[in-house]
Design a protein around this ligand. Structure first.
Ligand SMILES: Cc1ncc(COP(=O)(O)O)c(C=O)c1O
Length: 290
């Protein structure tokens, strides 16, 4: 199955074919909205609270008013799982836009309410890649100054990821003023001398839900977690590299542009973190080292 039949349309459940938007819709015309992608393992959301909290933070940052509480939204999302009898590994996409109104850059009148929809689909773990790692490219970070907002404006991310694909890469590692920020749709880390480095959670990166967990795992494993941006040239001598996101999990990076990271195999610390992730997410099927 790809997309499950029941979707959330505003606060009602409908068949996926019934979702219709007018052409004058703020997400379609301006990318004027925010979104979340939540991982599902064996029919259960992973990091649901973290994602719902971030959605509200993003909406507030762009002044989109959600006429719903955290609890109400959480309950609706849980009901979506139930109504679809979701039992597999999957992902849920949730989008909120400023609403439907005649095209005008300024916000619509107060009586125009936000549009929200959510749907879910199967998304099996890519165990082969998690085991063997991925190649990446480096790419200039040309995005705006509010990257902590999970906004629908993803054109620079789309272009960077496409460039990676055209060079046989899985992701594009973005850099600004010589410093690595994050990837086009994930956070990125370097391991050097037993310490994990990643860009601090400033306006210049999305504060990833998996990133928050990696910080916890590092603490539990007694591994220093340094929120210090590293330089593009530091990659040349990195001991390990990895990236994280809800869909990529903790993904080893084994090549950046033409440079292999050490022996071109996933590193020891990356593997330790992957193990901690599987435990934390209660993954019992389709494990990396089954
Ligand atoms: C630009 C960017 N950075 C980081 C992430 C990782 O966020 P999370 O771990 O919450 O999925 C994403 C996720 O899609 C992203 O788009």
């Amino acid at each position: 199955m790809s997309v499950y039949p029941i979707i959330l349309n505003q606060t009602k459940f409908t068949h996926r074919d019934s979702l219709k938007y007018p052409y004058e819709e703020r997400a379609l015309q301006f990318g004027d909205g925010v979104y979340e992608v939540i991982r599902i393992y064996q029919g259960e959301y992973h990091l649901l609270k973290e994602h719902v909290d971030r959605l509200f933070r993003s909406a507030e940052a762009v002044k989109i008013k959600l006429d719903i509480t955290h609890k109400e939204l959480t309950d609706l999302l849980l009901e979506l799982l139930e109504r679809n009898q979701m039992e597999e590994d999957g992902k849920m996409y949730l989008q909120v836009s400023r609403g439907s109104a005649p095209r005008d850059h300024v916000f619509p009148a107060d009586d125009v309410s936000a549009n929200m929809y959510a749907y879910m689909e199967d998304f099996p773990r890519n165990v082969e890649l998690l085991k063997n790692g991925v190649s990446t490219i480096t790419h200039r970070d040309v995005r705006w100054e509010y990257c902590y907002i999970k906004s629908l404006n993803l054109l620079p991310n789309v272009l960077a990821k496409q460039e990676a694909k055209e060079h046989g890469g899985y992701e594009a590692i973005l850099h600004k003023d010589g410093l690595v920020t994050e990837c086009s749709s994930s956070n990125v880390y370097m391991v050097k001398d037993g310490e994990i480095y990643t860009h601090p959670a400033t306006n210049n990166i999305l504060h990833g839900c998996v990133r928050m967990r990696v910080e916890d795992f590092a603490k539990e494993l007694n591994l220093p977690f340094k929120e210090e941006a590293f330089k593009v040239e530091d990659i040349q001598t990195a001991d390990e590299m990895f990236l994280t996101s809800s869909t990529s999990e903790i993904m080893p990076i084994v090549k950046v542009d033409n440079t292999e990271i050490q022996d071109g195999k996933p590193g020891k610390i990356t593997k330790q973190l992957q193990e901690a992730y599987e435990k934390d997410a209660n993954i019992t099927k389709n494990k990396i080292n089954a």
